[in-house]
Each structure stands twice: as C-alpha cells, then as structure tokens.
Design a protein around this ligand. Structure first.
Ligand SMILES: C[S@@+](CC[C@H](N)C(=O)[O-])C[C@H]1O[C@@H](n2cnc3c(N)ncnc32)[C@H](O)[C@@H]1O
Length: 253
C-alpha cells in the first residue's frame, strides 16, 4: 500500500517536472512566459530600475565612465542628458552654472545645445584643471573650489541682473560639500528654473551603500531649510536617473 502511494507520488512529481520544463522551454509557451515576466517586472518596477542602476554602475568602465559628447568625455547617465536637453529648451537659461567640470563634456554638451537655441552660456567650476578642455565661446572655466568665496564671487559677478540661471551640482559629493553648495548657489536660481543635485543615487539610493551621507542627504537637509524649492518628479520620468529626488525646481509663487 505504502509503496503504491510512493509510486503515484513519484509519477506526479515527474509529470509536474515535465510540464514545468515544457512551459519554461518550448516556443509555444513563449507568449505565456512573456506575460508572466511582464507582470513580475511591472509589479517590481522600482526593484527592476534599481537592479539596472546597480549593474550600470558596476560596469562603469563600459558605461558612464566611457561616454563622450562629440569626442569629449563626460560622466553622465544618458537619460539625464536627455532630461537636461528638455530643461534647457523649456527654461532657456541665460546662464548654466556647473560645479564639477571634470573633462568638460557636459559643459560642451550644454554649449552646443545653446548654439541650437541661440541663447546661453556656461560657467563651469573645478578644483582641478583637466587637460584638453573643449574650447567654446559659450564656456567659461573657473579654477578653484566651488565653495571658495572668490569662486562664488566670480560666479555671482558674471551674472547680470534679470538673467535666468540654472545650477548643476556635480563636484565633491560629500553631504557637507553639497549642502554648502546648495546654501551658496540656490539664491542664483531664478523662479521656474532648476537646481540639480547630481549623484543623489549614492549611499544606497540605490548604489554605493557604504558611501556615507552624500547628495541625497544634503537635499533632505536643504529642503527642511528652504521652502522655495520642490522636487520635480516629472524630471525622473525616464525612471533611470543618477539624480533621484535631485531635480529641484524653484517655485514661481
Ligand atoms: C563627477 S566629476 C564631474 C563630472 C562632470 N560634471 C561631467 O558631467 O562630466 C567631479 C569633478 O568635481 C571636481 N571637484 C571635486 N571637489 C571639488 C570642489 N571642491 N570644487 C569644485 N570641483 C570639485 C573634481 O575635480 C571632478 O572633476
């Protein structure tokens, strides 16, 4: 009696395994597999995006660290560059201030877009002078720390009254430095324009969980101190961004 039950059980397990193998491998079940996978992905939207962000960062040497704009290196997520293009078109700033020039790729990208818009210039600051920075009449390079009084003074004096200003923070990513930058530069941003805090994905949001307090934590503190700005989730519409909760728009009223 017991051995017959065991035989039925074994047969049941065998049938189940064969059916599962068929569903998982046969072409006829491909639409079913696709439907299941889609449901699973859509039910775990943020996990999927985070998993891709972690992969993209882990493979940095072939992804964000291996990008060029018209030959000039830049460290960006191409999705964010697309969003910058849209922001530039909508805001049409007279001046973009970039903290953290690196090799000048983003400044050059913005300058070439400004050529198309026939408006705007870029002031870009770095503590280090990288060789072979792209030369363009719309770009001014400033050498020094973004929080040094003389640099902040040079940036302020380069902006004329009434000009529209957009600011990008992408230099030292420690919370202290970013918060200092936020406090020093937010006053330059004009109503309806943006203060973008880059790399808010550090410190486990979702990459580099051991980074320590960084740009995201600086944003949280800044928004407690300042009601003139709000996070604009519309700029995260492409889901995968280096700047989650980092697109801060200045309120118009
Ligand atoms: C992530 S890279 C900038 C990438 C660049 N924005 C791009 O899109 O290609 C950071 C840059 O910030 C610079 N940096 C670090 N500390 C700084 C500071 N206190 N002030 C200004 N720049 C700083 C570094 O030298 C480095 O070139």
């Amino acid at each position: 009696m017991r051995s017959r039950t065991l035989r039925y059980l074994a047969l049941g397990v065998l049938l189940l395994s064969v059916s599962a193998a068929a569903v998982l491998t046969l072409d006829a079940f491909r639409p079913l597999r696709f439907r299941w996978a889609s449901k699973l992905i859509l039910a775990n939207r943020q996990r999927v995006v985070d998993a891709f962000a972690i992969l993209f960062h882990a493979e940095g040497d072939r992804t964000y660290n291996n990008l060029r704009w018209l030959g000039t290196p830049l460290q960006k997520n191409p999705m964010d560059l697309w969003i910058y293009q849209e922001m530039l078109y909508e805001v049409k700033p007279d001046v973009v201030v970039e903290c953290g020039t690196y090799k000048g790729g983003t400044a050059y990208y913005l300058a070439r877009l400004m050529d198309l818009l026939d408006k705007g210039r870029v002031l870009t600051v770095d503590i280090e002078k990288h060789p072979n920075l792209p030369q363009h009449p719309r770009i001014t390079y400033l050498l020094g720390s973004s929080t040094a009084p003389e640099i902040v003074g040079q940036v302020r004096s380069s902006i004329k009254p009434g000009e529209t200003v957009l600011v990008l923070l992408d230099s030292d990513h420690s919370m202290k430095h970013v918060l200092d930058e936020l406090r020093l530069y937010h006053g330059l941003v004009t109503a309806g324009s943006y203060l973008v805090v880059e790399d808010t994905h550090f410190n486990g949001h979702p990459i580099l969980p051991k980074f320590g307090p960084g740009p995201m934590e600086a944003v949280e503190q800044f928004l407690k101190e300042n009601q003139d700005f709000r996070i604009d989730p519309a700029r995260e519409k492409l889901m995968f961004t280096f700047n989650p909760r980092g697109y801060l728009v200045k309120r118009t009223s």
